[in-house]
Structure formats: C-alpha cells, structure tokens
Design a protein around this ligand. Structure first.
Ligand SMILES: O=C(O)c1ccc(O)c(O)c1
Ligand SMILES: [Mg+2]
Length: 610
C-alpha cells in the first residue's frame, strides 16, 4: 500500500512538511490549500520538489461549499472550481477533494446536489482530474458516508468518487457495513485518523483532537480492513488535525505518523488477507517483565537513592566493570544506579525481558524507534537500546543468557533472601512531557504489543493530570504513563512530575514494618484520607487501623484490592512505591494519586528542600 500524509498534520512551512514526510518514508502527500497559499514556490516548483523527494501528490484539498446551491451561485462555484482544477493540474495532483457543504445558501435537495456534482465532475474530467467527495461529520445536509455515497451514485460520473475519512464515520458512531456493494472504482480516497472518545462538538473534536491510528479509541483496523475488502486501491493517507502535533518538530511528528501506519498495516495483515503491504515488522516477543530499571542520578540524588535502596532491603551486589553503575537487587527486582546522571535522579532506562531480545530490537527498528548510541547504555553486552519519546532508553534483554547484561557486572554478593518481602518490579510510572503523551502511547504499544487501559483524569494539586496504563495480556510488563492535561504553568510544584518505580510484595504490612525498622524514608499520609476511606468503604476497623498506622494507600475494585505505600522523593524527581495486588486487581490506585502528590509536596516543604 502507498503511504501518504496530509500536510495539515505537520508543523512548519510547506517545504518543512514535505522534507519531513519524505524523511519519514512516506510515498505521497495530500497538499492542504493553506500550505500552498503560504508557499513562495510556484505549483510547478512544488511538484518538482515533491518529485525530488520521491513524494507523489495524491490529493489537493479541500474544495468547500460547492453543491446544492441556487443556479447563480452554482455558476460562480464552477468558476472557482475551474481555477482550483487548473492549480491541481499544475501541481500534478490527480484528485481534488470536495467536502460536503456547510454553506447557508445550500438547500436540502439530493437531485440538485447530484446534478451539480455531476457538472463539477465534467469540469474535472476536462482537466484530466477526479473529484473525491467527502461527507464532513458536521456537513449541512450530508453528514454520513452513506449519504455522500448515494450522491456519488446518483451523479453517476466516472470522474466523481468517494473519499472516506475514518474520523467523520467513526465520530458519529457510524460503520461501513453497507460498503460491501459499493463499486470499487468509485472508492477514490481514504483518510485515516484516530481520536479519543470525547463528548463535544464534532467539529471541535475533529479540528483539535484527532490522533494517528493506534493513539486513540477508534477501531481503525476494522474500518480500514472494510475499505480494503471493498476493493479500494489507493493510498492509506493520514489526515490528523491536532494542536500538539501542529506545533511539534515536523520530523518527529512524521516519524510518529509513519510508526502508526506501519503498526496499522501489521494489524491489517494479521486481520485479513495481505494485499500489497510492506513486510510487517517481526512479531513482538511476549514481554516477561523488567530485566532492570536504571536510575540516572547526580551525586546528591544518587546518595539518597542508594540509602533508600538499602533501607528498602535491596542488596548492593555488583559493580559495573567500566562505568560508575551499581547493581542492587531484591527478589527479581533489579535496580541499576548510574552516577553519571546530570541533574537530580530519574528513570534513565529500563530493560524489557523477553525470550528473543534480538527480534525485539529488530521490531523496534522496523517501527522507527530511534537507536541510541552504544555509549549511552550501561551494558557492555551487545544490547540495543532505543529512545522512547520522553528520552528514556529502552533495552531488550534476557537476564538468564550466559552472555547477557549481568556479565557486565563484577558481582560481589548474591541478593540473598528477600529482606523486606519485595519480589519484583510491579510497574514503572513514567511521567510524560506534555507533547509526548500520545506519541508515547503508540511507541510502547507498538513496540511491545501492549494495550492501553485505565485511562483516567485527575484533579491533582498542581493541575489536571491524565494517566494511562499500557500493559501486555499477561500483565508482566506494566507501564503507567502520566502527564498534564495542559502545558504546565509557571506556578511550579516543588516536585515537578515525579516518576516512580513500583516494587511488588505479597505482604504489604510485613514489608511496611520492615521498611520502617530499616529507617526507609516513608511518606506520611494525612488522617483525612483514612477518615474518607472509612466513610466510603466501611473497612474492617483492624484493616483501617493497619493502613493508617503504616501510611498505606488503598483501592478496591469488586473483591480485588490494592495496597500501596510510597517513599518520599529521593533527591529531586523519583520515589519508590511498594504495592500489593490481591484477587487480580489490575489498576494502579490512581484515585489516590492526588493525595500522594500533596503528601510529597508537604514532605518536601518540611525537609526544607525548595
Ligand atoms: O475540518 C475540515 O474543514 C476538514 C477539511 C478536509 C477534510 O478532509 C476534513 O476531514 C476536514
Ligand atoms: Mg478528511
């Protein structure tokens, strides 16, 4: 399949957009009228630039407000169309997109609309062009693909066909069940966009919140496979209007866009008979958990983190052969403490355990994950690492392998028995920069075959926060992504967007007691929180007293329970969480996050650190 992107998806001038699309590997573009109008190049020069870059101009768009108007206006519309058709020819675009009208002069008359569309198609044919007619979800009379298809059939002109746009169909809860009988030769164009479920005006939703496939809630796989099954032969073209992407660096957004198409095509191949797709990426090996998490810390935060690891019952069992990196372990939880971090402490890297790390790395490359230079990684074993959108390095590992990453460490001890009952890393919470949230969802989802769940929005002390987990079906790799709903203001919290590493225990109170005995810097939770728990959940008084005593946060989902407690912030940006899941609890206690954030703020103020 040819892969195309509308210039409206990307930031910059038309030249910037074309270069970015070509660099990301697109075969073609839809040129948006505004981008051309603002461009100093002539249409012929744009065509030449595209040819140099290996980009076909698949579509010129949009032509608006054409059909179903009084005769005098129709004549003026045809004149306007003639100008645009001449322009499309100079560009070498074979197809011009026409949106269903929103004009106040238009009337609800299908015969009139079809007749005028036929006249438009005649004019297009004179220019050697085709017209693709698209139902806008907010069109004056034509809002569904079925009605646009009906007009195309009524007009009955070989130069007039349909443009299907997943957003307009799926935002209205529509489906393509009726597409099967539609003549394939009239399927002119396919535009793809995903979106989150939102309850808002559909035009605003479309103009601000579209996403690349795999980043939102729509079933793009089902939608696209129906269009292909109906015989559509053209390109898969992304058309995403999104406030964040439109101000992101265009090269990066174009890579994000291409990743979405590669991942979509992979799902299409698995969904049905393959037709003309590029070879899909190697399948994702099932994640088996975290091989390690690496904290990058400066001297002060590193000391705080090392002290906290010791107090949490971790044993310092190894030292990297050539780098200032310590290996700490308890149970199957392995933490690397890397003293080369520049400021504060943060999750610098994590490693995903799989049975086939080489395949995982090849998959990441096929999905355009940027490879990191070897020297940035800690390991000397030949580990590939790639950069996640937030800058975190992601490694692919097999801990048990004889030539694996553990061989890079001089071991001075064994982890011994789990001193405080910690068994493994339960999850990592990676706070996302505002601009990286949707990109990160797709990145982690596509690389490891994860699915998003537990989307939440929280009223947190320093602003609204969104939170989303991505996890594999076996729930062995859990990542919690959180970020602000608006770009952060200048009133900054003492602790900006902390990340955390969550360790699993089978006995939260045993672990809590052991941590207290060892002097771990545990976070105090306000009494108000427990009073509210009592009011809401009528917990057994002994349980409530134990939660209160040990500053354990609590969540319940049916019979499933979640117990979690936190350390204070270690240095500047990171804290540890200890969690116990019972009866198959799958969440993250997200509702408790605002209480925890305020408690971190209070602890920070008390400790006199900024
Ligand atoms: O928002 C719009 O106006 C608009 C224009 C062209 C399209 O293809 C589309 O889906 C929306
Ligand atoms: Mg569209």
């Amino acid at each position: 399949m040819r892969r195309s992107i509308a210039t409206v998806c990307l930031s910059g001038t038309l030249e910037d957009k074309l270069s970015a699309a070509a660099a990301a590997g697109f075969d073609g573009v839809e040129i948006f009228e505004n981008d051309l109008l603002a461009c100093p190049l002539s249409p012929e020069q744009v065509a030449a630039r595209c040819a140099d870059l290996g980009l076909a101009i698949e579509l010129y768009q949009p032509f608006r407000d054409f059909e179903a108007v009084p005769a005098e206006l129709h004549r003026r519309n045809l004149r306007r169309a003639g100008h645009k058709f001449a322009l499309a020819r100079r560009l070498g675009a074979g197809t011009v997109l026409v949106c269903s009208t929103v004009a106040p002069e238009a009337v609800d008359d299908d015969d009139l609309a079809a007749g005028q569309l036929r006249a438009l198609a005649d004019l297009a044919a004179e220019h050697g062009l085709r017209v693709a007619y698209e139902a806008l979800a907010w069109g004056r009379f034509v809002r569904t693909w079925e009605r646009s298809a009906d007009l195309v059939l009524r007009a009955d002109h070989p130069a007039l066909g349909l443009c299907l746009d997943s957003f307009h169909v799926l935002s209205r809860g529509g489906d393509l069940a009726g597409l099967a009988g539609f003549p394939a030769e009239k399927l002119f164009f396919l535009q793809l966009a995903d979106a989150p479920h939102l309850r808002m005006d559909v035009l605003q939703w479309s103009r601000h919140h579209r996403l690349f496939p795999g980043q939102g809630a729509f079933d793009l796989t089902g939608f696209t496979s129906q269009v292909l099954a109906a015989g559509y032969p053209g390109p898969l073209s992304l058309e995403v209007f999104n406030d964040v992407f439109r101000q992101a660096p265009p090269d990066r957004a174009a890579v994000d866009a291409m990743r979405s198409l590669v991942a979509l095509e992979e799902r299409l191949v698995r969904h049905g008979p393959a037709r003309g797709y590029a070879t899909p990426p190697p399948a994702a090996p099932a994640p088996e958990g975290f091989a390690f998490v690496e904290l990058a810390a400066d001297a002060e935060s590193g000391t705080a983190a090392a002290r906290a690891l010791a107090a949490t019952g971790f044993a310092h069992i190894g030292q990297h052969r050539s780098k200032p990196v310590q290996l700490w372990q308890q149970g199957e939880a392995r933490v690397l403490l890397n003293a080369t971090g520049t400021a504060g402490a943060a999750i610098g890297a994590f490693a995903v355990e799989t049975g086939d790390p080489e395949r995982a790395a090849r998959r990441a490359t096929a999905l355009l994950a940027p490879a990191l230079p070897r020297t940035r990684g800690t390991a000397e074993a030949d580990l590939t690492s790639v950069a996640a959108p937030d800058g975190t390095a992601v490694f692919f590992c097999r801990t048990g392998a004889p030539d694996g990453w553990l061989g890079d460490f001089i071991l001075s001890g064994t982890p011994g028995p789990a001193r405080t009952g910690i068994t493994a890393i339960d999850h990592l919470a990676l706070s996302q920069p505002f601009d990286a949230f949707d990109e990160a969802t797709l990145f982690y989802r596509s690389l490891f075959g994860l699915e998003p769940e537990h989307d939440a929005e929280l009223a947190a002390p320093f602003g609204l926060v969104r939170s989303r987990a991505v996890t594999d079906p076996g729930r062995l790799l859990r990542l919690l992504l959180d970020g602000t709903l608006l770009r952060r203001g200048a009133w900054a919290p003492a602790v900006p967007d902390p990340q955390h590493v969550a360790f699993a225990t089978d006995d939260i109170f045993r672990t809590a007691r052991a941590l207290r005995d060892r002097g771990a810097p545990l976070l105090d939770v306000p009494a108000n929180y427990y009073d509210d728990l009592d009011a809401r959940l009528a917990l057994d008084p002994a349980l409530l007293a134990a939660l209160r005593e040990h500053n354990v946060l609590y969540d319940r989902d049916g019979d499933a329970e979640y117990f979690h407690l936190c350390t204070e912030i270690l240095g500047s940006r990171i804290f540890f969480e200890i969690v116990q899941r019972s009866a198959g609890y799958t969440g993250y206690g997200t509702a408790n996050a605002p209480v925890r954030m305020a408690a971190h703020r209070a602890a920070h103020s008390r400790s006199g650190l900024r």
